[in-house]
Design a protein around this ligand. Structure first.
Ligand SMILES: NC(=O)c1ccc[n+]([C@@H]2O[C@H](COP(=O)([O-])OP(=O)(O)OC[C@H]3O[C@@H](n4cnc5c(N)ncnc54)[C@H](OP(=O)(O)O)[C@@H]3O)[C@@H](O)[C@H]2O)c1
Length: 318
């Protein structure tokens, strides 16, 4: 299993991590910065980002890390943050789509999307779309494998978890789902997004053949990790879940916060991640794993891509 200490020097490389102020995103930023990468930590709150950056700088005073503020609940802030990044940074080698919420109650955002779908998927699609020009120019300069996109999904998207087999487009059907099933739908969309990026821009794609730029991508399950994501569920549910949570932690099923970044770092920065691995799904130990078979339905990938692009155009976000 690759470890965080097996990363090469990342001097001269730039990475952007969403949801970087805590949990898995924080440990991803910490390891990237420790290896000398220029690290852009995305967060929705400036004070939270400042405090997370201060704690990384305490460990690595030489870290080249700064914050980029965006709130996935407001798509205009995503487009603005991408514009700011592109105006300031000539290159982007790794885009790590990590921010997320889990099992929050049904709600529609001011932008008109179900909350978990917007925070976990739509905002990431939009960010990627706005960053494609800098991803492409970096890839053209530095060649295949130099640019990667990581989509942090979850095994919650698997059919055996919450019974998801396809994306639901009908708002009343989405509202009728449990909070966890809506989470699973957004994580299913994360896998489809990675697959779509791979088909459009990965090895062997039209984009690569025409010299527009080749981007390697993958989706993954980061593990069952002790972060605020699970804490929020524990604190918001019955004493029974709270008790189960403690037992899982005691027996090591719920892993420590700093173990959740192994696969993200592998896909984003390891020389052992190859062209043949682009478009695949990984487990928490950076091993290949079969995703929900529904995500391999090309029609489903195309449908989601079309739905998202049209919605983003209609809202004026692209
Ligand atoms: N932990 C697990 O067991 C587990 C398992 C499978 C998959 N995952 C996935 O791993 C990823 C990271 O999860 P985690 O466990 O590290 O969770 P976490 O500790 O709760 O961190 C989530 C990050 O996303 C950010 N975020 C939430 N809502 C946002 C918004 N509206 N705009 C911008 N940022 C927002 C959070 O910011 P704030 O601090 O401001 O809330 C935080 O930085 C998620 O995509 C999750 O689905 C986790």
């Amino acid at each position: 299993m690759p470890t965080t200490s097996s990363l090469p020097s990342l001097q001269g490389k730039t990475f952007l991590v969403t949801g970087g102020n805590t949990g898995i995103g924080y440990s991803t930023c910490l390891n990237l910065a420790a290896q000398g990468a220029k690290t852009i930590m995305c967060a929705r709150s400036s004070p939270k980002a400042a405090s997370a950056i201060a704690s990384i700088k305490e460990l690595h005073p030489e870290a080249d890390i700064r914050a980029l503020i965006m709130d996935h609940n407001c798509l205009a802030t995503i487009a603005e943050a991408a514009r700011l990044f592109s105006a300031q940074e000539p290159k982007l080698h790794g885009l790590i789509l990590n921010a997320g919420v889990m099992a929050v109650p049904y709600e529609t955002t001011p932008d008109g999307f179900e909350k978990q779908m917007q925070i976990n998927y739509v905002a990431h699609w939009l960010l990627t779309s706005h960053l494609l020009p800098v991803l492409f120019s970096t890839a053209r300069l530095e060649g295949p494998g130099s640019v990667r996109v990581v989509s942090v999904s979850s095994d919650g998207h698997q059919k055996y978890s919450f019974g998801v087999t396809k994306i639901l487009y009908d708002a009343s059907e989405v509202e009728a789902c449990s909070d966890f099933k809506r989470y699973a739908l957004s994580k299913f969309a994360n896998v489809l997004h990675a697959d779509s990026l791979h088909s459009q821009y990965g090895p062997g794609s039209e984009s690569s053949r025409q010299g527009q730029g080749e981007i390697w991508t993958a989706s993954l399950h980061p593990g069952f990790i002790d972060t605020q994501l699970n804490e929020k569920i524990r604190d918001g549910t019955s004493w029974k879940f709270s008790w189960v949570h403690r037992v899982l932690k005691m027996f090591g099923v719920l892993r420590p916060w700093d173990e959740g970044c192994v696969s993200s770092l592998f896909v984003a920065a390891s020389p052992e991640f190859t062209a043949a691995m682009s478009g695949k799904y990984f487990n928490e130990k950076a091993g290949l794993k079969e995703p929900n078979p529904g995500t391999k339905d090309v029609e489903e990938q195309i449908r989601l891509e079309k739905w998202t692009r049209e919605a983003m155009q209609k809202g004026g976000w692209i």
